[in-house]
Design a protein around this ligand. Structure first.
Ligand code: ADP
Length: 271
């Protein structure tokens, strides 16, 4: 398939790094994702080499490698472009990029909830796509992917299956600790007392979702509720968010790529 990438966006998250390429119309035509490497500069260079190889060189449609690149995410300021390599680069906050990506993808406003590996955010988006309010939690693992990851190994359930297992539970046990470290101790104790893994997992998901709902309340929920971030790929998270808020939730095609997509769209505007 020919991929005419005209602009690139990179989202340097605390858990994963995502790069997206868009065509002249802003369609998402290429992407790549890897676990985050502490050597951000090297990792981004590898991503760029890959983008060049898989898009420009593969299609032979462009003689010059001159696509603008915008960086976002927790590590966006750590990215330094190779001298003379980029004609136009900028770093833009995750809030702006997520809003931009989701608005282009879904074409309406509402409340966006992004749940990443180590942070979560709630963004109010106007019908025209502007950010009207937001809140962010990057200080505490509760309400982030890390909360579930921390207990996955204790329960011996692979991360990708935790949601399904939680949804299959006929019972739910309440997890009283909000703190990730204490929740882990609580889980160990519950296992020792013979409580079913399914019921524990359902309780853990409930705890994560309640924490996120508390954040939503601080911004105020204007429907529809839209989701992004890797953690919403866990099927129990959207389902329980619907339960807890009473609102239908919308998950876009590539929830984990919305920040990088928004960055690529901003880069396209820079041309
Ligand atoms: P960040 O942008 O903060 O680096 P991401 O939005 O990429 O984080 O989300 C990464 C997290 O998403 C992982 O740490 C993991 O907890 C979770 N995740 C990703 N895919 C899945 C999946 N299929 N099932 C459950 N959790 C997932």
């Amino acid at each position: 398939m020919m991929k005419e990438v005209r602009a690139l966006g990179v989202d340097v998250g605390s858990t994963t790094v995502k790069m997206v390429g868009v065509d002249a119309e802003g369609n998402l035509v290429w992407h790549f994702l890897e676990q985050a490497d502490p050597r951000v500069e090297d990792q981004v260079e590898r991503f760029l080499a890959r983008a060049r190889h898989e898009t420009f060189e593969a299609s032979q449609t462009s003689k010059v490698w001159n696509a603008p690149l915008v960086a976002t995410g927790y590590g966006r300021k750590l990215v330094h472009w190779p001298e003379g390599h980029r004609p136009a680069t900028r770093s833009v906050t995750e809030i702006t990029c997520h809003a931009k990506g989701i608005y282009r993808e879904l074409a309406h406003g509402g409340t966006l909830v992004d749940i990443g590996g180590q942070d979560s955010k709630v963004i109010g988006i106007s019908p025209k796509g502007d950010v009207v309010d937001f809140t962010m939690n990057d200080k505490c693992a509760a309400g982030t992917g890390r909360f579930l990851e921390n207990t996955a190994h204790r329960l011996r359930v692979p991360l990708e299956q935790m949601g399904q297992v939680a949804l299959s539970a006929s019972e739910e046990v309440a997890i009283s600790s909000t703190c990730t470290v204490f929740a882990e101790s609580e889980v160990i104790s519950l296992i020792a007392h013979g409580v079913a893994v399914e019921a524990i997992l359902r309780g853990l998901h409930r705890s994560l979702v309640k924490r996120v709902v508390a954040m939503i309340r601080t911004v105020g929920l204007v429907p529809p509720l839209m989701l992004s971030g890797g953690v919403v790929q866990n099927p129990a998270v959207p389902r329980m968010l619907e339960d807890e808020t009473g609102e239908r939730v919308i998950v876009p095609r590539y929830p984990q790529l919305m920040g990088a997509y928004g960055a690529a769209l901003i880069a396209l505007d820079l041309r």
